[in-house]
Design a protein around this ligand. Structure first.
Ligand SMILES: [Zn+2]
Length: 454
């Protein structure tokens, strides 16, 4: 076998070998089985329940924004044995705002169940707090877009708490096997950060109330009366990149997006049809110099960089997602030249180096923090997934370069499946605390990369 053929075969195996879990979907879900049929089979085989998974918090441990969340990297938190409920996510956010004089903002579009999404702006240390201009914010971090991926908002808020606490006390941070010096904390604080801690408030509230392994939002507009699965849109398939997959992608190249409401990866009725995704896009549009975007997910143990549509190439600038001449050719990995699918997504070589370096640093730090393997790889290497959030900042720069600068997008998949639970996305208390350490190191690395590479 020639080397090129061997590499091609290896790539094929890597790309298509069915893993136990592929970024936010179980292997069975990837085959198109819904989580209830899978769950029933798993229950029958293994007597599974969600017992033993970390419970959801009751009440409000942050007492209406007056008690700070305590991070695992700076202190010894006493309250990491339950997951923050929806009230607590907002309350913890408000307490950070109050303690550190941050700017709290609400996004303009209300969810189907009338929730208001919110975020915080954390100006870089050099800028006088609330006077910071939007242009000084270069990093956007978000969590909670997939409802069942428990712990994401907690990890993000606790990291922010760690970072600001360490800055204020002139100390470093320790996440398991990784130590950051006080100087590194100051370096991480040299970038302005915007945080959206809970992108899918309706979905998370529903998942917490039902333990139903719910992924989507709760929009009922496309739902059929007797099919509870037809409720909701997969928000991470509702962004514009390649959303119109039957046109943009080569036939048969992706099962990771669907136009059927009962599917777990239902894309919605139009790109950005959902208030939640409109709010994310709106937040990005408020940041003229956005450079780094990270969307926090679980539980595949991977740091994914873009693109999520096809393999990357750095030679032909015109071969890209907005060039309609390539419609119908994207997503074949490896390309099938006999059928005319020859396509690679353009990624500026300098930006590519920056993105892959940052992703590698994140994966390495997570491994060092918790001792579990993390891999940095291209998102499309798992499966091509149109409509994803992390491709959006790059896509909007391609679509309208006069208005938007390029920003590198990442999907961070923390944790590992909880094989003993009906819903493998619900960690145990021990897993949750390990996830907290690993994500703390990951957030530090992305900020340090932003500080170094911007
Ligand atoms: Zn996810």
């Amino acid at each position: 076998m020639k080397a090129t053929a061997a590499i091609s075969l290896l790539w094929q195996l890597l790309a298509f070998e069915p893993a136990a879990v592929s970024a936010c979907l179980t292997a069975a879900e990837m085959r198109g089985e819904n989580h209830i049929s899978v769950l029933h089979r798993r229950q029958r085989m293994h007597n599974l329940t969600n017992e033993g998974t970390i419970p959801i918090g009751v009440g409000d441990r942050f007492q209406q924004g007056t008690v700070l969340p305590v991070g695992i990297g700076s202190q010894a938190p006493a309250n990491l044995t339950t997951v923050y409920n929806v009230v607590e996510i907002e309350s913890a956010t408000r307490s950070l705002v109050r303690e550190y004089n941050l700017q709290y903002f609400e996004t303009p579009f209300k969810t189907y169940e009338n929730a208001t999404m919110f975020g915080i702006k954390i100006p870089c240390a050099a800028t006088a707090s609330k006077a910071a201009s939007n242009a000084s914010y270069t990093v956007l971090l978000e969590a909670g877009i997939h409802a069942r991926e428990r712990g994401g908002p907690d990890h993000l808020l606790n990291f922010i708490s760690d970072l600001l606490w360490a800055e204020g006390h002139g100390t470093g941070l320790i996440y398991g096997g990784v130590e950051y010096t006080a100087a590194e904390v100051q370096k991480a604080r040299s970038v302005g950060v915007v945080v959206l801690p809970l992108v899918n408030p309706d979905g998370v509230a529903y998942d917490h109330a039902t333990n139903s392994c719910w992924r989507k939002n709760r929009n009922r507009a496309s739902a059929s009366p007797n099919d509870t699965f037809s409720i909701g849109v997969d928000l991470n398939r509702n962004f514009p990149p390649a959303w119109d997959y039957r046109k943009t992608m080569a036939p048969g190249t992706t099962d990771a997006i669907s136009d059927k409401p009962s599917e777990i990866v239902y894309r919605g009725t139009a790109p950005l049809s959902e208030p939640e995704t409109q709010n994310v896009a709106w937040t990005m549009d408020q940041m003229p110099d956005l450079k780094w975007f990270l969307d926090l997910h679980s539980m595949a143990g991977m740091m994914l960089y873009g693109w999520g549509i096809d393999t990357n190439q750095g030679k032909d600038k015109s071969m890209n997602l907005v060039n309609q001449a390539y419609d119908g050719k994207r997503g074949a990995i490896p390309d099938n030249r006999g059928r005319g699918f020859v396509y690679g997504e353009y990624y500026d070589p300098e930006e590519y180096v920056a993105a892959t370096l940052a992703a590698t640093n994140v994966a390495d730090a997570m491994l060092a923090a918790g001792g579990r393997n993390y891999f940095a790889q291209q998102s499309a290497g798992l499966y091509p997934a149109p409509g994803g959030s992390s491709d959006h900042p790059m896509f909007r720069a391609l679509s309208d370069p006069a208005k938007h600068k390029w920003a590198n997008g990442f999907t961070l998949e923390f944790g590992q499946p909880n094989e003993k639970a009906e819903c493998q996305f619900y960690p145990t208390v021990e897993m949750h605390q390990l996830n907290m350490m690993e994500t703390g190191a990951a957030f530090m690395e992305i900020l340090l990369s932003a500080a170094k590479l911007s």
